[in-house]
Structures are given as structure tokens and as C-alpha cells.
Design a protein around this ligand. Structure first.
Ligand code: G6P
Length: 612
């Protein structure tokens, strides 16, 4: 989703334009449909924007870059108005140029007011209203640049990360934040701003995260952060650990396959130092909840979006078995506006790779408002959700660049099992069950390595699968959430319509869909439900032979009446979902490649969805 970059440097140089463009490239993974920069060229602001990829913006900028000390840039993911050059950011109006992430909810009202005051709009965006408003106030003789921005902020409703420059103030860059991430990066040569640390990690690791309702006035080497009541805040920069090397493809064709292949390492990273074999539990240093509270929890409520939500669904199957307390999972976009019943001992858990998803953040705040204690299962350290939860578990999976989430799903599920061990040992979880979980986790990295070795087999199958226009993923028990995540992954990256059902539910409606253009992917585990699931498979086989079975059973007869069988190792029931899920990931990847899709940045999708 939209990305902001900006800088104010002590010396004018073409390298500063390069830094803006590099920042935009580093945020490409978030998904976008147009991009642009605005910078001081001499004593004027120059704005260059382009629809489509950053490469076309680079074409417009030409080979010999201009020199500048001050600039802002943006990748836009269209919300209000088509993806087009005119709607792309920065929006430059009079002396003011701005970039904006988020949505200005009262933009129509403000636009009308500004039109009546004589302002002429050139785009269809909500964001242009911000530029027009600041420019309007700046023209009032009693307001300086900072004053005009302050005045405009009092009028805006909604979510925004903003960066603003003024043509006649070449020594100031102003940023503001309300419900959309924004950070300041400090280096000896320049002060950077970005909505995503990825954009600036090549230049600095000293970061100040703005909080909601804060703005900052920046110079080269100076920063003043204020709250919206204009009190100067005492902020301390923190050092973040991000290695620019981690965001390279390292020889892979796409980030998606790189991240799928990184899963054994991700497993090791999320487990590192966290298994407590002596007490059959886990060491989770960041939970920050009183021990006594673990005994009082009467319900767990998981809230998340997208793949993180499906990790939550798998979490429900795992945690209810471990803890014997009800676990509910809600999509954050629904939860935040519903009136769900919660109790004071309901533990709220937010799953999020980015830690910035707007609906998940709003749900977290709603849970806190109700007095619930909250945990985050989060990948991105320092993200807004990570900072606002009472405690949590970091995934340490490294940056996930591909829009479709893969390694974060695995790591979230492992973090769930670790959480189950910790809470469970304060309750009824037996040593025997804990040992089962600990052993399963101990061999998981190797087990995933084993599934990844099926890579070439699945690649060869991909063209067969890609011929189908529709797919149906089926599974039972914990393989049902895995079937949903499998269908989700496939549709995200291959654009093939796919859905998922519990295998036992087909006879109540979905059997009607079985036909020539539909392929069934059947997850069959040799677990306690093997015979039941085999009967469901037989029911499907009686109606179609367009079936791909994925199984940990060695039974040879399963292949009859199918297009193929993919066999995986039989592992513990606690981790089998992750094994089957890796197969789904490889299927989705190779089918998408076969169909020539934009694998890492699928159409219409964004990595970090910071608007609701
Ligand atoms: C977007 C991404 C998905 C992701 C979801 C939740 O839709 O495209 O890959 O699963 O957001 O993101 P989060 O960062 O909260 O896990």
C-alpha cells in the first residue's frame, strides 16, 4: 500500500534524488500503481509523477539527475480516483507540495468549502484537499509554514501520514501522523522520513517513530516533535536492526519463492531460546502479563486480517486443544464495528506480519478500550501494533517482501504453539501433551526442509493445475484452516478463483460445483480422522477425477481416480498443518509463474494495508 519517503540534507546533490527513488523502490513490495517525487530545484518545487512502475518514473527523471537538498516521494495505491498520473502524489498546489498515506474522511466537505473559496482542483483524490488546504492557509498573511500546517491539521478527519514541503522554506520538512505510520531517520548528512523503515535502512538505523497525533518540524540534522496541542515532545531515537541484504532476492526469481524457502530458518528463529524443556513450557520474555492472569483467562479472542487471520483460525484449532478454553477468531474489519461480547478475562491477541494493518490496529484499540489485556503476534519490530499491545511475541522471520504472506504464517503458527505452552502450563496442559508439542517443534525445521524438496515435483505439476479455471481446497480438523489459507494463497497470486470447505461439509451444497473446470485439492492426513476423510474423498471421486490429493499416508490406492498425489512426511498432528501449507504455497507459486502473473505484487493487492 502507499509509501512515503522524504529527506532534507545538508548539501545539495543528485544523490538525494537517487535516495528518494531508492526509497520508493524499497517500498515497491507494498503494492502500488503510480509513483512520484517533488523536490526543490533551485528555488522552485519540481514535481515528477508517473503511472505504473517506478521504472517509468525513472525514465521521466532522465539519466542526469538534478541536485536537491529537499524532497518527498510517494508510491500510491489508489483509493479515491483511478491510478493515473494526475492522481499520483506528490500533490503540488501553489507553494506547497504534499504526500499522503491514509484516507481523509471529510475530504468532500473540505473540497466543497475550498472550491467556494476559489481553489481549483486537478485530481480526484482526497489527498489533494490537504495540499489545497495548507496552501490556502499559507496564503493568509498571519500564518507561517508551520502555522499553516497546524491550522490544516485541525480540519482533517480520518487517517494520515503526511510529509509537506514549501517552495519558500527550503530548510524545513514537516511530517504529521494520525493512524498511519511515519518515522524519522537521523544521519549525519540528512534527516529522512518514511512510512516504512525499509525505505531508509540503507542510510540510517537511528529512528524516531512518530505516535498518533504528533507532527515534527525537521531540518538537516535537527528535529522537533510536537503533539497536536503543540507541546514539544521529548523523544529518544532508537536503533533498529534491519539488514539491507535481507531485502534482496538472493538469486531467486521472486521474493515469494525466496520466502517460502526461508521457512526452515524462520522456524529456527522464532523458536530460538524459547523452549523451556525443564518445565515443559516456553520462555516468552515479552508477554508482560501477570502469571496469575494466565489462570484467569476464560476466552481468547484472535483478531487479524488476510493470511494472519487464517493463522488465527489454525490457532483456534491448536489452542483449544491445548488450553480447553474457547478461542474465537474475528476478521478485524468486522470486529472493529461489531458489538462483540467480551469479558474482562478475555485475552485479545492480534496477529499481524506488518504490525500496521489499519483494521487490526483499530480492533486492538477497541479491545483495549474494553479493558481487555492484549498480546501481539507480530513480525515487524517497532510497528504500531507492536508498540500498543500489552505484550507479545516477535516472529523474527526477517522482512517479508512478497505481498502474499508465507513465512509469517508458519512463524505465527509456531508462536501460537509457544503461547499455548506458556499459558497451558499455568493451567491443565499435561506434561505428556507439552512434550508432544516440544518434540514436534524440535523437528519442524527439518520437516519443512523435506517438503521443500518436493519443489521440482510441484513445479512439473503446475501447468496441469493452471489449466483449471476454479479450484476447491478441502481438509478436516486443523487441515481445514490450511485449506482456506491454501485457496487464499492461490487466488492472491494466480488469480484463479478458489474456495475452501471442510471436507465433511461438501455434501451440503458445494458438491454441486464439482465439474469439468474445477480441480479439487484434497488434504488428507493419516490422523484420527483418516477414515472419515477417506470417505469424503470417495464421495468426491464418485463425482469427478479432477482431484489432486496431498497426503501423509503411504496408501498406494489413493492415487486411483485422481490427477496426481503429492506425498509428504507424516509428522505430529501439532505441526502437520504447516507441512501441508508449504505444499499449498509451492502450488500457488508455480501456478502463478506458469500463468505469467506478477508474483510478488499481484494486481490490486498491497502488502501493508494501512487504510480501512
Ligand atoms: C494484506 C496482505 C496480506 C496480509 C494481510 C494482513 O492483505 O496482502 O498478505 O496477510 O494484509 O497483513 P498483516 O501485516 O496484518 O499480517
Amino acid at each position: 500500500m502507499c509509501g512515503i519517503i522524504g529527506l532534507i540534507a545538508s548539501k545539495s546533490s543528485p544523490n538525494n534524488i537517487e535516495a528518494l527513488v531508492l526509497g520508493l523502490k524499497r517500498m515497491e513490495y507494498r503494492g502500488y500503481d503510480s509513483a512520484g517525487i517533488a523536490f526543490m530545484a533551485g528555488n522552485q518545487i519540481k514535481t515528477v509523477r508517473s503511472k505504473g512502475k517506478i521504472a517509468s518514473l525513472e525514465d521521466k527523471l532522465g539519466q542526469s539527475l538534478e541536485s536537491t537538498k529537499l524532497g518527498i516521494g510517494h508510491t500510491r495505491w489508489a483509493t479515491h480516483g483511478d491510478p493515473s498520473e494526475i492522481n499520483a502524489h506528490p500533490h503540488t498546489v501553489g507553494k506547497i507540495s504534499i504526500v499522503h498515506n491514509g484516507i481523509i474522511e471529510n475530504y468532500q466537505e473540505l473540497k466543497q468549502e475550498l472550491i467556494e473559496l476559489g481553489c481549483e482542483f486537478s485530481s480526484e483524490t482526497d489527498s489533494e484537499v490537504v495540499a489545497q488546504l495548507i496552501n490556502y492557509y499559507y496564503q493568509q498573511s498571519d500564518l507561517d509554514f508551520v502555522g499553516a500546517v497546524r491550522q490544516a491539521l485541525t480540519r482533517l478527519k480520518g487517517a494520515y501520514g503526511l510529509a509537506i514541503i514549501a517552495e519558500d522554506q527550503p530548510d524545513q520538512l514537516i511530517v504529521a501522523r494520525q493512524a498511519s505510520p511515519l518515522l524519522i531517520g537521523l544521519s549525519d548528512h540528512a534527516t529522512y522520513i518514511a512510512s516504512d523503515p525499509m525505505a531508509i535502512i540503507s542510510y540510517t538505523d537511528r529512528i524516531i517513530y512518530l505516535e498518533d497525533k504528533e507532527y515534527a518540524v525537521l531540518g538537516a540534522g535537527s528535529y522537533q516533535v510536537y503533539d497536536f496541542d503543540h507541546n514539544l515532545r521529548d523523544v529518544t531515537p532508537e536503533t533498529i536492526e534491519l539488514d539491507p541484504g535481507q531485502i534482496q532476492k538472493s538469486g531467486y526469481d521472486h521474493f515469494l519463492i525466496k520466502e517460502i524457502m526461508e521457512q526452515p530458518e524462520a522456524v529456527i528463529n522464532v523458536l530460538r531460546g524459547r523452549i523451556d524443556k525443564q518445565n515443559f513450557s516456553s520462555h516468552l520474555g515479552g508477554l508482560n502479563l501477570p502469571d496469575d492472569y494466565f489462570r484467569k483467562i476464560d476466552r481468547i479472542l484472535i483478531v487479524a486480517c488476510g493470511t494472519a487471520y487464517y493463522a488465527g483460525l489454525l490457532g483456534k484449532y491448536l489452542l483449544e486443544k491445548m488450553l480447553n478454553i474457547p478461542v474465537d477468531v474475528e476478521m478485524a474489519s468486522e470486529f472493529r464495528y461489531r458489538d462483540p461480547a467480551t469479558s474482562k478475562n478475555t485475552l485479545g491477541v492480534v496477529y499481524s506480519q506488518s504490525g500496521e494493518t489499519a483494521d487490526s490496529l483499530a480492533s486492538l484499540r477497541e479491545m483495549k478500550r474494553r479493558g481487555m489485556l492484549t498480546l501481539g503476534i507480530i513480525n515487524t519490530a517497532g510497528s504500531t501494533i507492536a508498540r500498543e499491545v500489552d505484550g507479545g511475541i516477535y516472529l523474527h522471520a526477517g522482512p517479508e517482501i512478497s505481498v502474499a504472506s508465507t513465512k509469517a504464517f508458519s512463524s505465527m503458527s509456531i508462536a501460537t504453539l509457544l503461547l499455548g505452552l506458556e499459558i497451558g502450563r499455568y493451567r491443565q496442559l499435561s506434561i505428556e501433551r507439552s512434550m508432544e508439542v516440544i518434540q514436534a517443534l524440535g523437528s519442524l525445521a527439518n520437516d519443512i526442509e523435506g517438503v521443500l524438496s518436493l519443489d521440482q515435483e510441484i513445479k512439473l505439476l503446475a501447468s496441469k493445475i493452471a489449466k483449471f479455471g476454479h479450484m476447491m481446497y478441502l481438509g478436516r480438523d486443523s487441515l481445514y484452516p490450511i485449506a482456506i489459507e491454501g485457496s487464499h494463497k492461490l487466488k492472491e497470486v494466480s488469480y484463479i478463483q478458489a474456495e475452501a470447505y471442510p471436507a465433511g461439509e461438501m455434501k451440503h451444497g458445494a458438491n454441486a460445483l464439482l465439474g469439468d473446470d474445477l480441480l479439487v485439492v484434497f488434504f488428507l492426513s493419516n490422523n484420527f480422522l483418516y477414515d472419515k476423510a477417506k470417505s469424503n474423498l470417495a464421495e468426491v471421486k464418485a463425482r469427478t477425477s479432477n482431484i489432486l490429493v496431498v497426503t501423509d499416508s503411504e496408501e498406494q490406492d489413493l492415487a486411483r481416480g485422481t490427477i496426481d498425489v503429492i506425498r509428504v512426511k507424516r509428522v505430529s498432528d501439532w505441526t502437520q498443518g504447516l507441512i501441508f501449507n508449504v505444499v499449498s504455497q509451492l502450488i500457488a507459486y508455480y501456478v502463478a509463474v506458469d500463468l505469467g502473473r506478477d508474483v510478488d505484487q499481484p494486481r490490486n493487492l498491497a502488502k501493508s494495508v494501512t487504510v480501512e
